[in-house]
Design a protein around this ligand. Structure first.
Ligand code: AR6
Length: 541
C-alpha cells in the first residue's frame, strides 16, 4: 500500500533509527505505581490467544481517581416505572435490557440509547445516523449492519464487567502515568462509547465533573444536520467494529501521559548542540510512511479534537483510521503545556482519501505486516502534542511563545526511560512529523519546522519531515538545515537568538514580512542585513 518515494532530501529514510530494530529489550510486563496493567501477568504474546483480564472478578472504583464505569453498582439513573412513577434503578440493568432488545434499524437504535439517557430525550438528535443508514448506504449494507454487526457490538459492550475488571485510572494532569490494556478491552470500552453508556460524561459546563476531559459518548457523531464528513467518520467506526467483532485482535496497547518537570526542560538559551539529521520529503504522510518512527499527532489539548464532532484534519483522521486512539478520551485529562500523550500499539483499520471536507472512507486497511513487540503491541508509536493557536502572525516568534512550543515538542519527543539511566540514543527512533500547528492552528511552517528540529535534537532523535506536497518547503527546510549544520555549525542557542531578532524586525516593521524566517537567517549571516534590521521601521523587511 506504500508508494515508492523518490522526491526527498537529506538522510535516507533507511538510515533513520526505527523500531523494532533500534529498541532495547522490554522488561517483563507488570503493574507498578505509575503503570496500570489491566491484564493478567506474566504475559507472553500469542497471536491466537486473547489476554486474560485481571483481576478475575469485577472490582469497582467509583471515585475521583478512576473512570466511572457504566457497569458500576453505584451508577443509578431515574427510570419511569409502573404508573409513570420515577424510580432510581441501577443504570447497568437498564442498559442490559435495552441492548438485549431487537434493534432492526437506526430509529430503534435511537430509542435504545435514549432509554438509559432519558435526560437527553429531545436534546440529542440522531439525524446523521438515520441519514447514513436510510439515504447513504445500500439496503443490504444496512441489513448486514443491524442484523449481523450491531448485535455483536451490543454483546461486546455488555461484556464490560467481565473484560474490564480493574478500575481504570484517570491520567490526570501533573503526573506521568501509563495504562496497558488489551485490544479486546479497548474494543469493549469503545462499544460502550458507541452505545453512549458512560455516566457523568454528557453534562457540559464548567462545574461538571469531567469538564476538563474530552467527550467520549458517540452521540455527537450521530446528531446534527446530516453531514457528508460525519457519515464518512461513521463508516470508519463501523469498519472498526465489523473487523473486531469478526476477529478480535489479540495484542496490547499502552497509553502514557508524559509530564516533564519544569526543572527537567533543556536550558534552551545555552544549548550549543547543532541540529540532528533530517530526512525531508514532499511526498508521503506520517501514517503511511512513518513506519517504525515516533509519529506525531498534531493534537488538541483535548485528545482527538473534533473526532466525535466537527473537523476532520490530521488528528481526527488518525483517530478515525486507528479508532483505538479514541479510547484515550475516556481517561486523559486535557494536556497542560508540559505534557504529551504517547500511544503505543494502536492498529489501523481503515484506508481513506481526501482531507477535511473531502475526507472519504476507502475500505479496509490491513495492518498485519506491522511487527509487534514482546508485549504484543504493534510497533506503531504515536505522540500527541498540542501546538498553540496562532492569532497574530508576529507573536509566534516571541521568545516565550517559541519556548512554549519547544517545551511542548520536547515533552512529546523525549524518552523518560523509566529506569535510572537515561535511555541510549541508539535505542530512540527518529521523529516523524510535518506541519505541526500550521493548519487549523495557523502557525508558520518554517518556524515550527525549526522548533521541532531543535526539540528533537534535545531529545536525541533525528527527524523525518513530510511537507504534505509542498515542494518549496521541502527544499527550504533542506537548505536551511544544511546552512545551519554544514555551512555554519550553529547551536540551538544561536538559532534562538536569530528567531528573536527576526521577531524584533517584524514587531518594528508592523507589516507583512517580505522575507521569511529562513531567508532572514541566511541574510543575517551573509552580512547583507547588518545595517538595516537594527533600524526601527526598517525598509528591508
Ligand atoms: N501527514 C503529514 N502531514 C499532514 C498530514 C499527514 N497525515 N495531515 C495534514 N498534514 P492540522 P494543527 C499537514 O491542521 O494546525 C485538529 O482539529 C498539512 O499541511 O491537522 O496542529 C486537532 O484536534 C496540514 O495543514 O494541525 C487540533 O484541534 C498540517 O499538517 C487542530 O486540528 C497541519 O495539520 C490542530 O491543528
Amino acid at each position: 500500500q506504500r508508494k515508492a518515494n523518490s522526491d526527498w532530501k537529506g538522510k535516507p529514510l533507511n538510515q533513520l533509527n526505527k523500531i523494532p530494530d533500534c529498541m532495547d529489550k522490554l522488561p517483563s510486563l507488570h503493574s507498578t505505581e505509575n503503570h496500570t496493567v489491566l491484564i493478567k501477568v506474566p504475559y507472553k504474546y500469542d497471536p491466537k490467544t486473547l489476554p486474560m483480564p485481571h483481576p478475575a472478578q469485577y472490582k469497582d472504583g467509583w471515585n475521583n481517581d478512576h473512570v466511572k464505569m457504566p457497569c458500576s453498582p453505584q451508577n443509578e439513573y431515574p427510570f419511569q416505572g409502573k404508573n409513570n412513577k420515577q424510580i432510581l434503578r441501577k443504570r447497568w440493568e437498564i442498559i442490559e435490557e435495552a441492548l438485549l432488545s431487537k434493534i432492526p434499524g437506526p430509529y430503534e437504535l435511537e430509542d435504545v440509547i435514549l432509554k438509559y439517557n432519558s435526560r437527553y430525550f429531545g436534546k440529542w438528535n440522531f439525524e446523521t445516523l438515520k441519514s447514513l443508514f436510510i439515504e447513504n448506504l445500500a439496503e443490504c449494507e444496512r441489513n448486514h449492519f443491524f442484523g449481523e454487526v450491531l448485535p455483536k457490538i451490543a454483546k461486546l459492550a455488555l461484556s464490560l464487567p467481565h473484560l474490564c475488571t480493574q478500575p481504570i485510572p484517570l491520567l490526570k494532569k501533573g503526573k506521568t502515568r501509563s495504562i496497558t490494556l488489551s485490544q479486546q478491552q479497548i474494543a469493549c470500552l469503545l462499544a460502550n462509547a458507541f452505545f453512549c453508556t458512560y455516566p457523568r460524561r454528557n453534562a457540559k459546563g464548567k462545574t461538571s465533573e469531567f469538564f476538563n476531559y474530552p467527550s467520549i459518548n458517540f452521540n455527537s457523531l450521530y446528531d446534527g444536520m446530516p453531514n457528508e464528513v460525519k457519515m464518512e467518520k461513521l463508516k470508519c467506526i463501523i469498519q472498526y467494529f465489523s473487523r473486531v467483532t469478526k476477529k478480535m485482535p489479540t495484542g496490547l496497547v499502552t497509553f502514557t501521559r508524559q509530564c516533564v518537570g519544569h526543572i527537567d526542560f533543556p536550558k534552551w538559551d545555552s544549548l550549543d548542540t547543532p541540529l540532528r539529521d533530517i530526512h525531508v520529503s514532499a511526498e508521503g504522510t506520517i501514517e503511511d510512511d512513518g513506519e517504525g518512527l515516533l509519529q506525531v499527532d498534531f493534537a488538541n489539548k483535548y485528545l482527538g479534537g473534533g473526532v466525535l464532532t466537527h473537523g476532520c484534519v490530521q488528528e481526527e483522521i488518525r483517530f478515525l483510521i486507528c479508532p483505538e486512539m479514541i479510547i484515550s478520551r475516556l481517561f486523559t485529562e486535557g494536556l497542560e503545556k508540559n505534557e504529551s500523550l504517547i500511544m503505543k500499539g494502536c492498529e489501523r483499520f481503515s484506508s481513506y482519501d481526501g482531507y477535511a471536507k473531502t475526507f472519504e472512507w476507502k475500505g479496509d486497511y490491513d495492518d498485519s505486516k506491522t511487527p509487534r513487540d514482546d508485549w504484543g503491541r504493534l510497533c506503531t508509536h504515536v505522540t500527541a502534542i498540542d501546538a498553540l493557536v496562532i492569532h497574530y502572525y508576529d507573536k509566534q516568534f516571541r521568545g516565550d511563545i517559541v519556548k512554549r512550543e519547544l517545551n511542548k515538542a520536547y515533552c512529546g519527543f523525549v524518552s523518560l526511560g523509566g529506569g535510572k539511566n537515561p535511555p541510549n540514543e541508539m535505542n530512540l527512533s527518529a521523529v516523524c512529523t510535518g506541519n505541526w500547528g500550521c493548519g487549523a492552528f495557523g502557525g508558520d511552517k518554517r518556524l515550527k519546522a525549526l522548533i521541532q528540529l531543535m526539540a528533537a535534537t534535545a531529545a536525541k532523535r533525528d527527524v523525518c519531515y513530510y511537507t504534505f506536497d509542498d515542494d518549496r518547503l521541502k527544499n527550504d527546510i533542506y537548505n536551511i538545515h544544511q546552512y545551519l549544520t554544514v555551512t555554519n555549525q550553529l547551536g540551538i542557542d544561536t538559532i534562538l537568538k536569530l528567531i528573536e531578532r527576526y521577531e524584533g524586525v517584524l514587531r518594528k516593521s508592523r507589516k507583512k514580512p517580505n522575507m521569511n524566517l529562513f531567508e532572514y537567517i541566511v541574510k543575517v549571516f551573509d552580512g547583507s542585513l547588518e545595517n538595516t534590521d537594527s533600524e526601527p521601521d526598517s525598509p528591508a523587511i
